[in-house]
Design a protein around this ligand. Structure first.
Ligand code: ADP
Length: 151
């Protein structure tokens, strides 16, 4: 069974994440979306809200699971028996950042990181831009799946 972990904050899930997950499902038997818990980060959405947005967006997709985790991503991969980490690459800055993490993870484990280039149509979207639009009362609905709604 080829299982991939797609780790991130998902604060909130965007159409960019959605695209990567949909394409990941074509490559792997199971894609586990893992929301990292970092006590030092200030999130806009609670863990429960972030989890619900993703579960709702993929409720028709049995190959997608949503979990939360603490600590090192590679340790969690071993715990759930995932041999692959899935990440999206939007631009050179993502590449430089991800490269160091992927090399480190390979030094510390046998886990391979698989990168997918983002779809051109969603490559400019980031959760932080979505949060800015929300804070400024803009129309965020064109940037996120329908399941992401601000109360
Ligand atoms: P992190 O806190 O790890 O940056 P994110 O939730 O922002 O978490 O991102 C998780 C993953 O989704 C990363 O691999 C990131 O590159 C990817 N990603 C973020 N935005 C997009 C996008 N617009 N298109 C494709 N992938 C994206």
């Amino acid at each position: 069974m080829k299982r991939a972990l797609f780790p991130g904050s998902f604060d909130p899930l965007t159409l960019g994440h959605y695209d990567i997950i949909k394409r990941g499902v074509q490559l792997f038997d199971e894609v586990v979306i893992a929301i990292g818990i970092n006590a030092d980060k200030n999130y806009m959405f609670t863990l429960e809200e972030r989890k619900k947005f993703i579960e709702e967006a993929f409720k028709e997709e049995p190959k997608v699971k949503v979990v939360t985790y603490k600590g090192m991503t590679i340790d969690f991969c071993k715990e759930i028996d995932a041999e692959f980490i899935l990440r999206g690459l939007r631009n050179p800055a993502d590449f430089e950042f991800e490269k160091a993490i992927a090399h480190t993870n390979r030094m510390l484990s046998k886990i391979e990181t698989i990168f997918l280039l983002t779809a051109a149509s969603t490559s400019y979207i980031s959760s932080s831009i979505v949060r800015d639009v929300i804070r400024n009362k803009g129309d965020y609905s064109v940037l996120v799946p329908d399941s992401v709604r601000v109360k």
